[in-house]
Design a protein around this ligand. Structure first.
Ligand code: HEC
Length: 473
């Protein structure tokens, strides 16, 4: 199967924060500052220091990317390394651009398996530290340095042992200086009979590869008529994904009795976003797959589904099979699109990963229950094309929805100067594969369950669910 949905062949500048973004988020900044002022007047008059207060936050929330040998441009481990960045750190954390976690913390599901965001309290601590001159404090307060796992260790091995299958992508050698590359090799999955997958982990294999790999997506391409998700628009259903990796992400371990099916002849189609870092590095990426024992078939299957935010239109050939292509963004404008998809079975939504291109600004997903109540599932309020973040709901927070629920996806596009990723606000933008064209869908792993399972769940949880649901005219 050839699918070149997003063949990106242009430079994506990862530059300083756009002025527009600053303006748009100024209210957040004011809120953070006023609460920090309040905190500093009411709390004991101790100074916030790097050694005692800030270093532990950076260990927990920044250093996985910001240590020597990882992907970020600078290390935030020692005081000497961090001090020159104090102003930039203050700005990035207030705008919630760093850590890269772009979901609105005030609406929708708020418990995630991979949350790397800062709490408001942590943001206030960092801001107070910078505002009081970014002092080191007493070096004796410094927490013990964090150990980073060797690059060739599977994170899931602690829990699951070594993977049953390890499949490598053909490596790409990135020159010292080059545009970003989207490398898309294909690898065969070496199985001779259908097997069920229990867990998946994708990783760059070497320290060098970790530096240059921005994100890696492993799509699963196989001849499997059941792989099209029931009840979803089928335009994007043909190529399910096995796993998406971006730094900071661990592994996907499916909930008990749930899995993905691998068929003989399956192939992995890679989509690796690689960036140059000033030295020539070979990008080695591989996927580890943990299987259910032979013959054990999990009860539930998860399907990757692209829930559309675009409405379809009749193509010139009169065919209706390319739904979800209706998008028209005039120059210097902000535009919203939306669409609805009905779930034909009861379902659990496991994650959301908004998919838009350079003009992408925000995406919301709502569930309209059969009784008419509307639940906000997630709102990614400051989408950034450079960060394809996959927000994975915690097991006990993943929305469980009855048959007949309508999923409503809305996407916003910013084709103005306010969008720092916008290559040219004077262009008219339509649907297309290139990043200068647009798309809009929410990738969600959907686990379909029986009505009995849904009813059992609802009997336990419905009071809470009803309390969270909001009515809408
Ligand atoms: C998931 C990896 C990741 C995490 C976690 C992360 N960063 Fe970053 N950070 C990056 C990358 C990559 C860049 C450069 C690209 C960009 O700006 O998006 C960056 C850029 C920055 C910059 C801008 C540097 C410049 O050139 O101006 C600052 C400041 C920053 N990070 C601070 C932080 C702080 C503080 C934290 C923790 C509270 C943090 N980051 C967490 C990966 C990360």
């Amino acid at each position: 199967m050839t699918d070149s949905r997003c063949p990106v062949r242009r430079v994506v500048a990862i530059g300083p924060v756009g002025f527009g973004a600053l303006l748009a988020l100024a209210s957040l900044s004011i809120a953070a500052e006023s609460s920090s002022t309040a905190a500093s007047t009411s709390a004991a008059p101790t100074t916030v220091t790097f050694a005692r207060d800030v270093a532990p936050i950076f260990q927990e929330k920044c250093q996985e990317c910001h240590h020597v040998g990882s992907m970020a441009p600078m290390s935030l481990v020692t005081y000497e390394e961090t001090r020159p960045w104090a102003k930039a750190i203050r700005q990035r954390v207030i705008l919630r651009q760093m850590p890269p976690w772009h979901i609105d913390p005030s609406v929708g599901v708020q418990k995630f398996k991979n949350d790397m965001s800062l709490s408001t309290e942590q943001i206030n601590t960092i801001v107070r530290w910078v505002d009081s001159g970014a002092p080191l404090g007493d070096p004796k307060d410094m927490p013990a340095a964090k150990e980073w796992p060797a690059p060739n260790e599977w994170k899931a091995a602690k829990e699951l042992g070594q993977p049953d299958l390890v499949i490598k992508a053909d490596p790409y050698t990135m020159p010292a200086h080059h545009q970003d590359v989207w490398w898309r090799p294909t690898s065969a999955v070496p199985i001779t009979e259908p097997r069920w997958v229990r867990a998946v982990e994708v990783r760059p294999t070497t320290a060098g590869a970790r530096k240059i790999t921005h994100h890696a997506v492993a799509y699963l391409v196989q001849d499997d008529p059941d792989s099209a998700a029931p009840g979803a628009s089928n335009d994007l259903g043909g190529r399910g994904y096995l796993m998406e990796w971006a730094i900071g992400k661990g592994y996907d371990l499916y909930r008990p009795d749930t899995g993905k099916l691998l068929m003989p002849g399956a192939q992995i189609s890679w989509d690796l976003h690689i960036h140059a870092v000033g030295e020539e590095i070979r990008d080695d990426v591989e996927v580890g797959i943990w299987l259910y024992p032979k013959g054990q078939e999990p009860k539930y299957r998860t399907y990757l589904t692209g829930f559309q935010a675009l409405r379809g239109f009749e193509s010139s050939t009169g065919s209706h099979d390319r739904a979800g292509r209706n998008i028209d963004i005039p120059p210097n404008s902000v535009v919203a699109t939306d669409n609805y998809t009905v779930l034909k079975h009861a379902a659990i939504l496991e994650n959301i990963q908004p998919h838009m291109h350079l003009r992408g600004k925000a995406m919301s997903v709502e569930a309209i229950l059969p009784d008419g109540t509307v639940q906000t599932i997630s709102y990614v309020d400051h989408f950034n094309f450079n960060w394809m973040i996959n927000y994975i709901y915690a097991d006990d927070a993943a929305p469980v929805l009855p048959k007949g629920t309508t999923i409503h996806v809305t996407a916003w596009y910013d084709n103005t100067h306010a969008n720092p990723n916008n290559p040219d606000p004077d262009q008219w933008v339509g649907f297309g594969d290139r990043t200068v064209d647009e798309m809009g869908h929410a990738w969600m792993n959907v686990t379909y369950i029986s009505d009995e399972d849904y009813n059992a769940w609802a009997a336990k949880h419905h009071p809470k669910l009803e309390a969270n649901a909001s009515s809408r005219p």
